[in-house]
Design a protein. Sequence first.
Length: 84
Amino acid sequence: MKIGDKVKILECHKMPALVGKIAKVVTMNDPETNKYPIEVKLVEPIEQEVEVGTLAISGPFGFREDELELADPNHGVPDAFTKE
């Protein structure tokens, strides 16, 4: 996984509304110093209730690598390796 990759969110206990959403990796931090080293921004914002109404949010949100999967697993792979 690298910056710019599109990912699907598989797990999020703090915000279950994020599960299944597609996001783009915006930052990769050191996993030894950060519990959630991969920061992503949603492709399409979600709406969240706040005290004064509804707010559209897109992130960034932090995740571990096991909570995400590549949305386009062939991204960046040359055609010669993906075609038969």
